[in-house]
Write a protein that binds this ligand. Structure first.
Ligand SMILES: [Zn+2]
Length: 431
């Protein structure tokens, strides 16, 4: 009884701002996501899980807990719109799918989510995987540390398409398992498309992912063939709206991307082989591009190692990195709206900030790259209290050593992370 009473008292005091403890974070510099500028030395005042105020200079507040971040640069916590927290590519990935259970992957994933948040990514959108909604709940319940997760659950594919979980299986296994259907994320026709979306609602997804074209790492030949009809895409998008879901479309090929845009999706993921015409269509419709340059780099590099990927995947992996980079550079020049996403899970979890460097390499100014992972990523998620350090926003903050606008690789030198007003990575743990 005593314990229960004290817990109740604790939660009551949290609910009353007048009694709430204030934390004052002194930042040597502060990246303002709204303007894309550095504001110089600043104090961020945090009460409970939200930012109360941001003041120029070093402001002392009576009774506040002080966190002195020295001359480090603070930024709103970063958002990665394309991760797979339930997996990490390795030379055994294909056989592990047959040997390991979901619980094995989930236990490994506790490390992946920890690495992600310690790298400054306080929010992620998981773009496919049955484990992610469970990790989201475990993190929200305080069972394990990790970023805020918006999860798609199992992605939706068509038969033989990227995300058909039985691709590459022999006939005996396929016969034993039976053909996958909407529950497993494989649809054919608008009716099954609607059923698959509703199933994801039932399973606790936050968003919907479709694989509108072939993929690089699926056990199949074509990375770019369109794999959904426009009617199927429209059925997904319309049904998703009923449940408040946005739709993300994995698309490498131009025709599949075009259909996805015409069908009303919110984001195009990868977009490797998109034409200028399709990029213009994205710009006109306000469809976001999530480039995932990290994945392109990673697979192109690994394709040179014999045996890392099955032979059917190797030529696709070899080609995609350079194409992604070209398309990204073109999209940026054309003014296509771009939001940050890595495809971590293909590339290693915790290396997410490398994407900033690749974006800058592709011609994007450092400030725009940082905005793509804060302001713009929050817009894609439809979250009005994420992506900025301003009054009322969630107190998600990352501090890095150096000035990321002068040297973007500073984003890989994270020294401090806060999520929802709680310190996740203290300054002391800096190597
Ligand atoms: Zn992906």
């Amino acid at each position: 009884m005593t314990l229960r009473f004290s817990l109740l008292a604790a939660s009551l005091s949290l609910a009353l701002p007048a009694h709430a403890a204030t934390t004052a974070l002194h930042c040597g510099n502060l990246f303002d996501a709204a303007s894309g500028r550095l504001l110089g030395p600043s104090t961020v005042l945090v009460q409970n899980e939200r930012v109360q105020a941001v003041r120029p200079g070093r402001v002392e507040v009576a009774g506040a807990t002080v966190i002195d971040l020295g001359d480090h640069t603070c930024s709103p916590g970063w958002i990665d719109l394309h991760v797979h927290v339930g997996q990490q590519s390795n030379p055994n990935s294909f056989s592990e799918g047959f040997r390991l259970d979901d619980v094995d992957f989930a236990l490994r994933a506790t490390r992946y989510v920890r690495r992600t948040i310690e790298a400054g990514f306080t929010t992620v959108r998981d773009m496919g995987g049955e484990i992610a909604p469970h990790l989201r709940d475990a993190i929200n319940q305080g069972v394990i540390p990790g970023p805020r997760i918006f999860a798609a659950g199992k992605s939706i594919a068509t038969t033989g398409g990227h995300g058909d979980p039985t691709n590459g299986w022999n006939r005996r296994l396929s016969t034993l398992a039976g053909p996958p259907g909407p529950t497993e994320g494989v649809i054919n026709g608008p009716d099954q498309a609607r059923q698959a979306v509703r199933q994801r609602y039932k399973d606790g997804s936050d968003t919907i992912k479709i694989t509108a074209t072939g993929g690089v790492l699926s056990y199949a030949r074509s990375p770019d063939a369109p794999q959904f009809t426009i009617e199927e895409i429209r059925a997904v998008v319309e049904t998703a709206k009923d449940y408040g879901f946005t739709v993300a479309a994995h698309a490498h090929g131009d025709e599949g991307a075009r259909r996805a845009i015409e069908g009303g999706v919110t984001t195009i993921e990868h977009g490797s082989f998109m034409s200028e015409r399709t990029l213009r269509l994205m710009k006109d419709r306000g469809v976001w591009y999530v480039p995932t340059l990290s994945a392109g780099r990673f697979v192109t590099e690994k394709a040179e190692i014999p045996g890392y990927f099955p032979e059917i995947i190797r030529p696709k992996a070899r080609a995609v990195g350079a194409r992604m980079m070209d398309t990204f550079a073109k999209a940026w020049r054309m003014g296509v709206p771009i939001a940050f996403g890595t495809d971590a899970g293909v590339s290693p979890h915790g290396d997410n900030a490398r994407e900033f460097e690749f974006m800058v390499e592709g011609g994007m100014p450092a400030a725009a790259a940082l905005q793509s992972a804060t302001l713009h990523a929050a817009t894609v998620l439809g979250q009005t209290d994420l992506g900025q350090l301003a009054p009322g926003f969630r107190a998600d903050l990352v501090a890095v050593a150096g000035n990321p606008l002068e040297d973007i690789s500073a984003t890989s030198r994270v020294v401090f992370v806060m999520k929802d007003g709680a310190v996740v990575r203290p300054l002391e743990s800096t190597p």
